[in-house]
Ligand binder design. Structure first.
Ligand code: BG6
Length: 656
């Protein structure tokens, strides 16, 4: 049994006489032959069954227009290629548990707008209720296109599903509306026949353990909450970077864009958790009231304010090292070849309340970026540096608390420590909690807790109508502005990069920068660091600053004083001599700018970006410290200086 199951079966629950099992019910899945059911819902049910949280009278009734029999439906769900054996998330697949679960799967074909089909459905539900004794409880799961939500609600009502014993609840998938008005209309339609307490609007980010942990972290630890305000926090950043492109979803995506697809829902939900006031109780409405209050205090921009606070991007094709071209967004099936839909967005919000006044909240998300990673960085105000005047310490970094939401899962606190030795020097270090090291739980789809809590009537993790509308209201001025204002020259970023240069310029105007979360595996891809020990990698990670150069941009100028060296994360640059001749090209994994740091001379050449290039910058003080502390790094840099520029640097020079 996993830890989650143990927690659910903890003495606390038992002593409160609460049954840890999901409640018995018939889960009617509309759109049961679609992707969501096989990829996520059924694997989630299987996980609940493995954790002993699904009673024997939990039944699935799939329905969709496809004329399948129950037997074929079961076979499809069991399949090697497209069924549970492919999509389950456990280390070991338990045949017996699956067989028992799938034997309670049933199917009935029917069209979503056909009254006749609904009376047959009602009859089937009644039969299953009698057979399995589910107490009349029915959970309707709308795994369909949102255009059916209203019709389904009406037809369920007219077919008399609300009558009789037991509870009736509806889980609605996203997207819930496409703007404020459509969300309001959809709420009206859904709530015409059903009560708010029966509607469970899913945002699958709230099913993620690391997102749920935001509340646990904030409100169960005494040490952070006193610092959680404008007096101590300088800014907060939400990064949701995706490596995947739009794929086969061009048709849907071109009408949505990343602001609707990721920010209005998932990112605003995380924002609410991170910044809301403490609720009085750990109870659905107490929590949702606070989330709603928080979202309602986000400043709504005027049209003039939008371009100062939001930038958008769209990915173009990329040329790979092997000469192949990966298509850009406009070349995707289902996408208008002149599309101005954004696949990247970076924005700044302000929360106009007592706690957060003046603390900028930066948000950034996009497709086809350099890595998959969702992180929240809380950057604290810097300590006064006065004490260190006259020492080797020339600047202090800020302390940062990083929530690693996915794929790495954990929390990290970054702060300064004294470098061991007789001379006072500081280095950024971190304290980490990683889920993998602390818990022995299986990987979940995120839908387990959604289905489980819905059967328990617990709406904590679901969105309420006021919350959905408040989130749309924040996005609305941006959507309106973008609809009418001329789009930037799209595409404006190359796939596989950090996004458009405009995004880094936008935050730089505030004197800040995005915190790219670098992991040791990224650094190890650079030949300079392959085989480097964990200490060196960590020291470098803590010191790197990300910077983007666009094609043609001069990164360093011959003759200028050298203050930093550069590592190319992705891109291509050319080294130009005094006569304007290109001497050399450098690409992913190479580095440059180290010579003038090594021998304290002016820049010996000009370096210019040949394409959009993402760079990690290592400042002189960090560079020198790392050279001193890590002889392996110093030797590699000396060897490159000799090979590349025929400059022999002595150890003494290096460490001077
Ligand atoms: C969905 C979006 O809601 O979330 C997708 O429609 C996106 O475009 C996905 O890829 C991301 O979810 P996750 O759990 O992979 O971060």
């Amino acid at each position: 049994m996993t830890d989650i199951a143990k927690i659910f079966q903890s003495p606390g629950l038992e002593s409160r006489n609460e049954n840890p099992m999901s409640e018995p019910c018939i889960m009617v899945i509309f759109g049961a032959s679609g992707d969501l059911a096989k990829r996520l819902l059924v694997p989630a049910l299987y996980n609940l069954a493995c954790d002993g949280l699904l009673p024997d009278n939990f039944v699935v009734l799939g329905t969709a227009t496809r004329p399948l029999t129950t037997e074929v439906f079961r076979e499809n769900m069991s399949g090697e290629e497209q069924g549970i054996r492919k999509f389950h998330t456990r280390k070991i697949f338990d045949e017996a548990i699956w067989e028992k679960l799938v034997s309670r799967f049933h199917y009935i074909a029917g069209s979503f707008d056909d009254a006749e089909a609904f009376s047959k459905l009602r009859q089937k539900v009644a039969e299953l209720d009698a057979q399995y004794r589910t107490g009349g409880n029915v959970l309707f799961y709308f795994a369909t296109s949102p255009s059916f939500f209203g019709t389904l609600c009406d037809n369920l009502h007219h077919a008399g599903f609300k009558e009789g014993a037991g509870w009736k609840r509806i889980i609605v998938e996203k997207p819930f509306g496409t703007d404020t008005e459509s969300a309001r209309r959809l709420n009206q339609v859904v709530l015409t026949h059903w009560d708010e307490s029966q509607i469970y609007r899913v945002d699958h980010y709230l099913g993620k353990e690391t997102v749920q942990n935001l509340l646990a972290f904030r409100f169960s630890n005494g040490i952070f909450e006193p610092l959680w305000n404008k007096n101590f926090i300088d800014n907060i950043q939400f990064n949701v970077c995706e490596e995947v492109d739009v794929g086969k979803r061009g048709g849907y995506y071109d009408g949505a864009g990343v602001l609707r697809d990721m920010m209005q829902n998932h990112m605003f939900q995380m924002l609410a958790y991170l910044c809301m006031e403490p609720p009085a109780l750990y109870e659905a409405d107490a929590i949702r009231n606070e989330k709603s209050k928080l979202l309602k205090s986000v400043r709504l921009y005027t049209p003039e304010e939008v371009p100062q606070n939001f930038v958008r991007g769209q990915y173009g094709p990329s040329l790979n090292m092997n000469g192949t071209v990966e298509p850009g967004y406009r070349e995707t099936a289902g996408v208008n070849p002149q599309s101005n839909t954004e696949t990247f967005v970076a924005g700044k919000l302000h929360i106009d309340n007592w706690r957060w006044e003046g603390v900028p909240i930066y948000l950034r998300s996009g497709k086809s970026l350099w890595k998959r990673g969702t992180e929240i960085v809380v950057e604290f105000k810097k300590a006064p540096a006065a004490l260190f005047r006259g020492t080797q310490v020339d600047k202090l970094a800020s302390n940062r608390l990083v929530f690693h939401i996915q794929p790495s899962q954990g929390i990290e606190l970054q702060f300064h420590a004294k470098v061991p030795g007789p001379v006072l020097d500081l280095q950024n270090v971190d304290m980490r909690f990683s889920y993998g090291n602390a818990f022995n739980a299986s990987r979940y789809t995120g839908y387990e807790v959604m289905i489980y809590s819905c059967t328990k009537g617990d709406g904590t993790l679901f969105s309420r109508s006021d919350l959905v509308e408040a989130a749309w209201k924040i996005a609305q001025p941006v959507l309106d502005y973008w609809k009418t204002a001329p789009a930037p020259e799209f595409p404006n970023y190359v796939r596989g990069t950090w996004g458009p240069k405009a995004a880094s310029e936008f935050i730089k105007r505030d004197g800040r920068r995005w915190h790219e979360v670098v992991t040791p595996d990224v650094l190890e891809r650079l030949p300079l660091f392959s085989g480097a020990n964990a200490l060196l990698l960590n020291a470098i990670i803590m010191a790197l600053r990300p910077e983007t150069a666009v094609a043609g941009e001069v990164i360093i100028n011959k003759g200028d004083p050298g203050k930093e060296m550069y590592l190319i994360c992705r891109g291509r640059v050319e080294v130009i001599d005094g006569n304007g001749q290109a001497m050399e090209q450098l690409k992913d994994g190479d580095f440059f700018g180290e010579i003038s740091l090594l021998i304290s001379t002016a820049r010996t050449a000009t370096v210019r970006a040949m394409m959009q290039s993402d760079l990690f910058v290592l400042e002189k003080s960090d560079f020198s410290r790392i050279l001193r502390d890590y002889p392996h790094f110093a030797e590699a840099v000396m060897k490159t200086a000799l090979d590349r520029y025929n400059i022999a640097v002595s150890k003494e020079q290096l460490l001077a």
